[in-house]
Every structure is written in C-alpha cells, then in structure tokens.
Design a protein around this ligand. Structure first.
Ligand code: SAH
Length: 255
C-alpha cells in the first residue's frame, strides 16, 4: 500500500497560529520528519513515530520521507512558518525530480503556515502594506555575490525587504554587510525592524533608523527576521500611546 507525504507549516511558534488543516494532518500522521526543534513543537502521541534530523540535510530528509511514504506510512514533513518559504517543500520536490520508481504512487501535498515575515509584520503594524519582497541572507545555497546583487536591486527599487536567515555562527558578518549596503542606498529616514522569536515566549521587536542598524546586527540571531522599510515606511502613534510601523498602500500620492 502506498502512503502519503504532506509538507506541513507549523507557523512561527504560538500553537494558535497553526492552521486547523495543518493540525488535521499532524493528527493523522504516522510519522513525523523534520529538524529536531520543529518536531519538539508537535506533542507526543501514541502511534506517531518521530524522525528528527539535523537542519543541514534537507535533501536526504526529503528522500527519507518519500521512502517512508512509499512503504505505506502517512508522513508529515514539518517546517517552521510556511513550508514553502525557504523550507522543506522545495526540497521534497527537488528530491522527487529524481523520479525513483519506488516512489511511484506517493501523493505529495503541501499544507501552508504563517510565515515569519507575516507574523513579524502583524506585530509591528502593517509594514507590508506596499510592495515587498523576501530574501534569504544565507549563502549556504547560493553565492554571496548573488545575495548582494539581489539586495542592491530590491533596495534600489524601493521594496520593503524581509531578510530571512540574517545571521548564524557560521555567517557572523553578512547581516552587517547587508545593512551597511542598505544604509548607503536608502535615504537616512529609512526604518529597519528586528523581530525576534515572534509568537514565542521570548519574542522581542525593535525599530531603528537605518544608520544605526548595521551596528546592531550582532543583536540579531537565527530566530530574527529583519525588515528594511521602503522610503515611505513610517511610524504612527496609536491612540493608546503604542507605536505602529506601516507602509502606505499608495505611492506618489499624499494620503
Ligand atoms: N519556513 C520558515 C522560514 C525558514 S528560514 C517560515 O516560513 O517562517 C529561518 C528563518 O526564518 C530564521 O532565520 C528567521 O529569519 C525566520 N524566522 C523563523 N521563525 C521566526 C520567528 N518566530 N520570529 C522571527 N523570525 C523567524
């Protein structure tokens, strides 16, 4: 009997940010495959086998999950946030391209989740109200000069830019370099936000002028999403004294 493979997004951390459809898949799965800390977010249950693996072995993990499904299991491959955003869904399809005969008949589906960029944006206000884009700052899977040339292009085009994977122990200086480039290209009034561990108990957000951002790069970590505002991105005071970061939807018109 052939099983199924569903790539499931767990959302940013808070279990209430997990969709009912994702929870249904997790409730029916016989096997959970994914990076250990993500598996830890799914409660234990009888009849649910867990297969944690290291974060760097995405293709091996995808092949392993396909093998389990081919053996008749109902496999949930889990990712944080959305599984299609810098995560496991693409790795599963990349593995599928090899078209191994033993995988014939395995049905693959993707169940979405709230990606870090959207969770962070909601915490901050509405910084994605205008055109925006997302870049992974990691040079594990693409050369650093590609990262920088894409960043230069989208900053010059005045998108709001969400930077995923801003920093890690193996990549300590890249975020500082990216923010220094941003400070050269953007007007001085441009705002930058660091949103850390959104939806988790240790959540924190900070908004700063772009001139200060590169110096604060070392305060970011692997659980931080960095947002570089567009020229029009600004702060508005709420009636209760809170401040909100937003980008107007109109361009070139006074609100
Ligand atoms: N599939 C995930 C992203 C994986 S890349 C998603 O859709 O969210 C991992 C990067 O996502 C981290 O380095 C960080 O930049 C960002 N990230 C993931 N969870 C986050 C959270 N709760 N708060 C802020 N950033 C987060």
């Amino acid at each position: 009997m052939t099983g199924t493979l569903t790539v499931v997004g767990l959302g940013p951390g808070d279990p209430r940010y997990r969709t009912p459809a994702a929870m249904e898949v997790l409730a029916k799965a016989t096997d959970l495959v994914g990076y250990g800390p993500y598996l830890d977010r799914v409660p234990e249950r009888e009849g649910l086998a867990r297969h944690p693996s290291d974060n760097r072995v995405e293709l091996d993990r995808a092949r392993y999950a396909l093998d389990l499904a081919a053996a008749g299991r109902h496999v949930a491959v889990v990712s944080g946030g959305d599984p299609g955003v810098f995560a496991m869904a693409a790795a599963v399809f990349e593995a599928l391209e090899a078209a191994r005969p033993e995988w014939a008949g395995v049905s693959v589906r993707v169940e979405p989740g709230i990606t870090a960029m959207l969770a962070a944006a909601a915490r901050l206000g509405a910084p994605l109200g205008g055109d925006f884009c997302a870049l992974s700052l990691s040079d594990n899977l693409k050369p650093w000069d590609v990262v920088m040339s894409r960043l230069r292009a989208v900053l010059a085009a005045d998108f709001v830019v969400a930077l995923y994977n801003p920093i890690s122990r193996a990549r300590p200086w890249q975020l500082g370099a990216a923010l220094a480039l941003a400070a050269e290209i953007k007007p001085a009034g441009t705002l930058v936000a660091f949103a850390r561990a959104v939806g988790r108990p240790d959540e924190s957000v900070a908004v700063m002028p772009i001139a200060d951002a590169a110096d604060r790069a070392s305060s970011a970590d692997m659980a931080t999403l960095v947002l570089i505002g567009a020229t029009a991105t600004r702060l508005v005071a709420g009636a209760d004294g809170a401040t909100h970061l937003y980008t107007p939807r109109s361009v070139g018109r006074q609100p």
